[in-house]
Ligand binder design. Sequence first.
Ligand code: CTP
Length: 425
Amino acid sequence: MRPLRVVLGVSGGIAAYKAATLLRLLRADGHDVTVVPTASALRFVGEPTWSALSGHPVATDVWTDAHDVPHVQIGRGADLVVVAPATADLLARAAHGLADDLLTSTLLTVTCPVLLAPAMHTEMWEHPATRANVALLRERGVTVVDPAVGRLTGSDSGPGRLPEPEDLLGHVRAVLAGTAAPGRPADLAGRRVVVSAGGTREALDPVRFLGNASSGRQGVALAEAARDRGAEVHLVAAHVETALPSGVRMTRVGSAQELLEAVTAAVVDADALVMAAAVADYRPDTVSGTKIKKGAGTDAPTLRLVRTVDVLATVAHDRPHPGLVVVGFAAETGDDSGDVRHHAEAKLRSKGCDLLVVNDVSGGAVFGSEQNAVHVLAPGRAGQPATEVAATGTTDKRAVAETVLDALVHRLAGTAGRTDRHPLG
Ligand code: CTP
């Protein structure tokens, strides 16, 4: 498979140093990267850094090697142009079609996707001129990543930081979704996948809640893996203790009820739901509007709990369209009434899902850990026992995610894509 050709434009901001790390990450992903720094970018990071890290000579103006017409050569055959950092000036020039240097000239010649990662002081980012330029670029189909919020170059802080290189790589992968990257199948291209992750929190009063030990790592790994395989991913995230992925649509939720509402809305036009969230089974039957006080000499309160809604079973039994593939998770231990497999089969039946990813949590080792081992079960035909369609040994959560997605891709193969189902939609 040929490596993808990425043009990495760098404009003149202090965050230009982060583009060097992004360049390394892009190369580690197997891309062939050509760097086009602007004259001001070269005042921050010099030409030898870009040529050494990219493994290519770096053209810095339109006049050198003019016989090669560099602005056309560089853009020709490019699969993606990324500009990081994109200064307010670069955004303005790109929005208005100026072609006064090699980078803006290249931007005018390319037909591939363009991703701009702005970085500037908050005042410049929020200025109506910049807002209008960003709106114009987005209207034209350019992906403009929102800057991160945090410490800026001086003592000030606010929106305007260049996102970290790992986050930018996530955006690159999302834009390239559907273009098979080296070594990675794009077998979820054109599919919409909803993933739930993390632990729900059921409020007791304004400051207290009942929660659980889920870190959300498995759900986040699933969202990232699905994104990298070409899916349009919508992550419904409850409480998560790990970094949230870039390049996916995100809805944050607190309680099981909020999770139900977000998931129900998200699956309407989705191809698959992967329910990796650890949803509370019970919630306090009343929520105090004010903080519950100890009070002198009063007894410890007794909590009365009521059942929460079962999101997985609700969606699986009441599907918005028959093509939706529903994947559940089950954390099981063996007990006197049966082993892990027995409980997993019962759960597969009662939840009504198409695939069930089963963890044996007898040792309590899964929550918060980096490692996991799973079996993926599918319902048997006509009263037959469930069949195991995939399994992993103990491995990292990304590898588990890839195995789950392999099973999902196989299951989706028999269903029409959304566009096939809704030819007029
Ligand atoms: N789940 C859900 N809504 C709930 C509880 C669980 O959607 N109120 C989903 C989880 O996201 C997971 C699957 O159901 O995909 C199984 O979760 P698990 O905790 O193993 O099962 P429970 O249904 O809670 O059953 P039990 O605790 O009795 O084993």
